[in-house]
Design a protein. Structure first.
Length: 68
């Protein structure tokens, strides 16, 4: 399992690759923008797997691509 900073870096990289803002990803995934920001910056210590699954679905990737 990756550290939260590494998960955040992966999330940010995938989001940018799809040319989405944090706000757009939040809206598309149904996850709050504050949560998206906190995951990307590594300030969330243990995000729920369901949150990561929603983000992965919105980015059209498998959740394992976020968590390693």
């Amino acid at each position: 399992m990756l550290t939260m900073t590494e998960v955040g870096d992966r999330l940010k990289r995938l989001r940018r690759r799809r040319m989405l803002t944090q706000e757009q990803l939040a809206e598309k995934s149904g996850v709050g923008i504050t949560t998206v920001n906190r995951i990307e910056t590594g300030t969330v210590e243990d995000p729920h797997f369901s949150t990561l699954r929603k983000l992965a679905r919105a980015l059209d990737v498998e959740p394992r691509e976020l968590v390693g």
